[in-house]
Design a protein around this ligand. Sequence first.
Ligand code: 1CP
Length: 345
Amino acid sequence: MTAKPFNDTFLKACRQEPTDHVPVWYMRQAGRYQPEYRAIRAKHTFFEMNYIPEVCAEVTRLPVEQLGVDAAILFADIMTPLKPIGVDVNIESGIGPVIANPIGSLEDVHRLGELDPDTHVPYIMEAIKILRQQLPVPLIGFAGAPFTLASYMIEGGPSKHYHKTKSFMYTQPAAWEKLMEKLGTLTITYLKAQIAAGAQAVQVFDSWVGALNDEDYRTFIAPVMNRILLSLRETGVPTIYFGVGCGHLLEEWNKLPVDVVGLDWRTSITKARELGVTKTLQGNLDPTLLLAPWEKLEAKAKEILDEGTQQPGYIFNLGHGVFPDAKVETLQKLTSFIHSYRRNA
Ligand code: 1CP
């Protein structure tokens, strides 16, 4: 049997090169909607799945083998590098990250340690090395962006309005600046270590930064995002920046030294282009449509593909993560549909 040739379609799209088919992968493509994931998860805590590189690699490979997607994303969490710097975090089923020692002062920020990837998260680097031997598609490394990480660290868990986070930012600007500086350094160090281990692209998740208006984004967040993305640019590896409900920030995002902008479903691809976004776009099917009748899902996917393929530099994805009640068969069918799509065909 001859080995399948390496499929680099996703990387070509990141670089805005023409591709034979539209590349696709799904945020949260490894997760509870997969019976195989549930079986593995039943035997381990979330972080145990991280700590055992073979398990981490197996879960990362699952959607590549099951769905035939054009990229794999490392199975970890944005919280993974926070534990070793002193954040007492657990991932609780049905909730997400819960933090026993939330931060509220400059002293708390000073107490946070520095990440040393080789000693603190060697299992992540090991999993990446194993995966590079096994995968027929590129491996995406990832990290949380400073605002989104800070939101969990300050709120103590998931939040709706980020009141504590934003009031920390407004009332303790020096502590906020120090926190952004520390989390910026952590993000750079962690992602550069993933790249050195073999990650072929990196996605920075700023899921909750849409809670800020554009002026606050410019003041409190753009400087640290510029520092992170400029530093990553030295590696030559494509970078992706994603957030939920960030349509009002797209003009700011287009100024960042980033290669790919991830859109949620609230802002269409056409609208993003009209706002002047020149980067590769990734997105943006509403994940709820995975639960809709196939005809409805197919019609929306086609509309998105028609918009995305107006110019080179497009990657199909969901506007946010796959829900646990999605069906494996639906994602398989959607993936085949995207792969068979030809513009004007
Ligand atoms: O295939 C993959 O995408 C799996 C790897 C992955 C990634 C990229 C996981 C595993 N988490 C993440 C990123 C992540 N984690 C983000 C950014 C993307 C997003 O917006 O969804 C965020 C915000 C988190 C925090 C987190 N971890 C949440 C969200 C909580 C909230 O505030 O609403 C949850 C539910 C988790 C737990 C988690 N992480 C990953 C999985 C599969 C799960 C499910 C829980 C489990 O099995 O116990």
